[in-house]
Design a protein around this ligand. Structure first.
Ligand SMILES: Nc1nc2c(ncn2[C@@H]2O[C@H](COP(=O)(O)OP(=O)(O)OP(=O)(O)O)[C@@H](O)[C@H]2O)c(=O)[nH]1
Ligand SMILES: [Mg+2]
Length: 329
């Protein structure tokens, strides 16, 4: 009973606050005119935002929201050896501090690359298998079965001038399809500069000639027919030349689950953090926060009538948290 009154009182206070305050300006919090990314730690902010809720609910909500804020995305990369997987990751992500670890997965050792950008972490999982012997597909199936549920997205890299697609096709059919993992895959045609006639690549504009564009489109269509579903999406890039990486990043962020967009956003190279990608990531973050609050309200051990003020206070909490997006991500 004490809890019920507290909930009601807390939610009403939040409501009152929400009416008297305007939304905070977007962006990092400033202190003495200086912007600081890490000073406003989510923990302190959440304590403040949730302070009027009863302790039990506040603690639980904080735990859940911290999981959302601290989420560390995991991105898989796969494709035959030498297609440009490492070059591609270098082109997409900031890699100020990184370390590589070898993780035992099934009977194989897989490589994980850990990116840390000012405390925001992301893991790239280098997935082996494509282009190896067909006999090992069964073994790879169990490895992928183990890995895929923990991946937010998989980039499957194919070389633009690779004429032998059969190994990719086999792997897709034998490993990916049975695991129903098609939805997590985004195909990347790398080494676009090498598509015929490769001497026509415009170095000053860093772009393909008309004939190369046509051949890239034909290639994409061919891959679509042979390999994957239209829902997968496909984008042609050249990693070391930074050609079309912005487009790839956009497709990646659109395809990511809502919960991981913001985490990925924060580790992108600055040039790819466009307003569009930021908005998409922020929307994903806000939706996830809303989902957490809905869950908390639904599962709180209080009568339905007392949940109403909490529901109204939800918008206030969401707006408050959202206003810190710029300083956290
Ligand atoms: N011309 C051109 N060369 C590229 C491109 N992407 C990668 N390369 C080159 O291809 C070679 C292999 O690239 P990596 O990024 O090491 O390929 P990988 O898939 O990580 O290779 P493994 O880790 O051995 O499987 C390197 O010499 C790269 O510089 C591209 O888009 N265009
Ligand atoms: Mg590599």
């Amino acid at each position: 009973m004490v809890l019920n009154t507290q909930v009601f009182k807390g939610a009403s206070e939040l409501l009152k606050k929400s009416k008297s305050e305007n939304n905070e300006p977007e962006g990092p919090v400033t202190e003495n005119g200086k912007t600081s990314k890490n000073k406003t730690t989510p923990s302190k902010i959440l304590d403040e935002i949730l302070s009027t809720l009863p302790p039990e609910i506040s603690r639980y909500t904080k735990k859940k929201l911290t999981e959302v804020i601290d989420y560390e995305p995991r991105i898989g990369v796969m494709g035959k050896t030498g297609v440009g997987k490492s070059s591609l990751c270098n082109a997409i992500f900031q890699q100020d501090v990184c370390k590589v670890s070898h993780v035992e997965a099934c009977t194989r050792d897989i490589e994980e690359l850990h990116i840390d950008v000012g405390g925001r972490k992301l893991t790239i999982v280098d997935l082996p298998g494509v282009g190896e012997s067909k006999e090992r597909d069964v073994e790879y199936k169990s490895l992928y079965e183990e890995q895929i549920p923990n991946l937010d997205l998989i980039l499957w890299v194919i070389k633009a001038d690779d004429r032998v697609l059969a190994p990719d096709e086999e792997f897709y059919k034998n490993v990916i399809k049975p695991l129903k993992a098609e939805g997590k895959i985004l195909f990347v045609i790398n080494q676009a500069d090498k598509i015929e006639p490769s001497f026509e690549w415009d170095r000053s504009l860093n772009s393909p000639s008309t004939a190369q564009v046509q051949n890239l489109e034909t290639r994409e269509m061919y891959i679509y027919e042979r390999l994957f579903e239209t829902s997968n999406g496909c984008v042609a890039v050249s990693a070391p030349l930074n050609y079309n990486i912005g487009n790839l990043v956009k497709k990646m962020v659109l395809r990511l689950p809502k919960k991981s967009k913001a985490g990925v956003y924060s580790t992108l190279r600055e040039e790819y953090k466009t307003a569009e990608i930021k908005n998409e990531s922020k929307d994903g973050f806000n939706e996830t926060v809303k989902g957490v609050l809905d869950h908390v309200i639904d599962s709180a051990p209080i009568p339905t009538i007392l949940k109403e003020p909490l529901k109204k206070a939800k918008d206030y909490i969401c707006n408050k948290i959202s206003s810190f997006f710029g300083s956290w991500f």
